[in-house]
Design a binder for this molecule. Structure first.
Ligand SMILES: *Cc1c(COP(=O)(O)O)cnc(C)c1O
Length: 541
């Protein structure tokens, strides 16, 4: 018999357990005796001789008041959704509603071991099953597995299922994966992990998959075609109008269609990937379904499949599985189960109509932004009627050519206006990709456009020759309070222009905690902004 206890368990409980299990003669053993034996039991080599957690942050905040202020100081440095829109394209930084978040703190969800016996988690499993059904209803797929912990892991699981399907039919040679050049970087990485060979398909001038090139490549690889990975709406922010035809071409050549569902925020309630020809998709619950992300926390990247792939869904020895399953792709049977209540609550509270409304507003918001932004910078890709899907890409390459102003300059200058940067140079180098989501009110969208417009004015000043690029606020952004309020100021623009570039910035000023850093240098040279390294020498010894 084995019993495992964690550090939250008190002496009292141990003693009670022990008196139940022990023979009479053992009941007398005291904790002190055990302590004594145990300390002898530790070999000298395993005893800690050095100090640990010596950084002041671990030893400075001893009361709730101090701790509260420390956390507040940290959050003041941050630009999070509680301060501004996070316009990161492809990331769907939407509201993480408090009502959705609170239940994951309940012990009934947070204190359950991933391998707890089935009869102790019936309620949990019911919620999981309901969420699976909701996701089937959203996507039109026959079955869903919640096991993958990220979109990329869902891609990997999906491709393993496609491979298993081909093998099951004796098509062991099918290992070519077609991927359009607009794809997210995780697509080719997952294909490589699943043992497939990547063949890139071109895009046309509007950002769509080049159907003729797809036909040519599918024909050339007809005998070995395993899959196409296609993102809909694409990472270029447009609805790929030929999607039905694209799926047809791949099927005609014996391949399966993997539709990357990370952009589902532009589809829920309007259309279903399972109904326009795709065989398998991942969704990102940490995008479309409201799980917070961006800080490195856990994600959920469920895979949805059509009926013929359902026998291959991921399985687990401590959860549901089937003979033909590809096996586990995560350590736990339901992956990041602890955060599933967020998505369950979201879908339950929104209902079918609410989900559809959200999608429509997400698309409307993106198109409103695109329409207003294109006055200042060209919008790179648009589809029918000059519209975009749920995000838009603005092209800064002409400006860079004319003035030297880079996407970095614009992204950093936005910080002076109190905005988080949009997605930079992805999927097209030299551009910014902006996704507002349905959560942003018109006032915030206008504040963003006003900031972009003011930045465009600063670029015009460079174009006119009023100021050189390297002397401009764009090249020096963001501006810290220390830089602005220092004794000397030798810039070619005023302190006022630096700190308060428009009226909105004056009303609710965000003070950047750090100035311009050299990103590339920083990435290559890790540096500790802590007590000096010399303080650590003893520890290192
Ligand atoms: C975010 C994203 C992914 C990857 O999802 P992760 O959860 O970050 O692994 C894949 N494809 C697209 C289009 C995405 O936007």
């Amino acid at each position: 018999m084995g019993i495992s206890l964690d550090e939250t368990c008190e002496r009292d409980l141990v003693e009670r357990l022990w008196s139940l299990a022990a023979f009479d003669s053992m009941k007398q053993i005291s904790f002190e005796e055990i302590d004594a034996t145990l300390s002898d039991a530790l070999p000298d080599g395993l005893r800690r001789g050095s100090a640990y957690l010596t950084h002041p942050v671990f030893n400075s905040h001893h009361s709730e008041t101090e701790m509260l202020r420390y956390i507040r100081r940290l959050s003041d440095k941050d630009i999070a959704l509680d301060r501004s829109m996070i316009p990161l394209g492809s990331c769907t930084m939407k509201l993480n509603a408090t009502t959705e978040m609170v239940p994951i703190t309940w012990p009934e969800f947070s204190q359950v071991h991933p391998f707890a016996p089935a009869d102790q988690v019936e309620g949990y499993v019911q919620m999981i099953r309901e969420l699976e059904q909701m996701l089937c209803a959203c996507t039109g797929y026959a079955a869903v597995s919640l096991q993958p912990n990220a979109g990329s892991q869902g891609e990997y699981a999906g491709l393993l299922m496609i491979r298993a399907y081909h093998r099951g039919r004796g098509d062991t040679q099918r290992d070519v994966c077609l991927i359009p050049s607009s794809a997210h970087g995780t697509n080719p990485a997952s294909a490589a992990m699943a043992g497939m060979r990547v063949v890139v398909v071109k895009c046309d001038d509007h950002g769509n998959v080049d159907v003729e090139d797809l036909k040519a490549k599918a024909t050339a690889h007809a005998d070995t075609l395993a899959a196409l990975m296609v993102t809909y709406p694409s990472t270029h922010g447009v609805f790929e109008e030929a999607i039905g035809e694209i799926c047809g071409i791949v099927h005609d050549h014996g391949g399966q269609v993997y539709m990357d569902g990370a952009n589902l925020n532009a589809m829920v309630g309007l259309c279903q990937p399972g109904h326009f020809g795709s065989d398998v998709s991942h969704l990102n619950l940490h995008k479309t379904f409201c799980i917070p992300h961006g800080g490195g926390g856990p994600g959920v990247g469920p895979v949805g499949v059509a009926t013929h792939l359902a026998p291959y869904l991921p399985g687990h020895r401590f959860g549901p599985t089937q003979e033909t399953s590809i096996g586990p792709v995560s350590a736990a049977p339901w992956g990041s189960a602890g955060i599933l209540p967020i998505s369950w609550a979201y879908v339950t509270m929104m209902g079918a109509k609410g989900m559809r409304d959200a999608t429509e507003v997400a698309i409307l918001n993106a198109n409103y932004l695109a329409a207003r932004l294109k006055v200042h910078f060209p919008v790179l890709y648009t589809g029918a009627n000059d519209t975009v899907a749920h995000e838009c890409i603005i092209d800064l390459r002409p400006v860079k050519e004319a003035t030297g102003v880079s996407v970095d300059d614009v992204a950093k200058r936005l910080v002076d206006f109190g905005f988080h940067a949009p997605t930079m140079s992805f999927p097209v180098p030299g551009t910014l990709m902006i996704e507002p989501t349905e959560s942003e009110p018109k006032g915030e969208l206008d504040r963003f456009v006003d900031a972009i417009a003011a930045i465009r004015e600063e670029i015009y000043a460079i174009e006119r020759g009023d100021i050189a690029h390297e002397d401009s606020p764009l090249a020096h952004a963001p501006h810290t309070a220390a830089a602005l309020m220092g004794a000397s100021w030798d810039r070619k623009y005023s302190r006022e222009q630096a700190a308060f570039p428009n009226q909105a910035a004056r009303i609710d000023k965000y003070w950047p905690p750090v100035g311009r850093i050299d990103n590339v240098y920083g990435d290559r040279n890790l540096m500790c902004s802590c007590p000096p390294i010399s303080d650590y020498e003893d520890v290192a010894d």
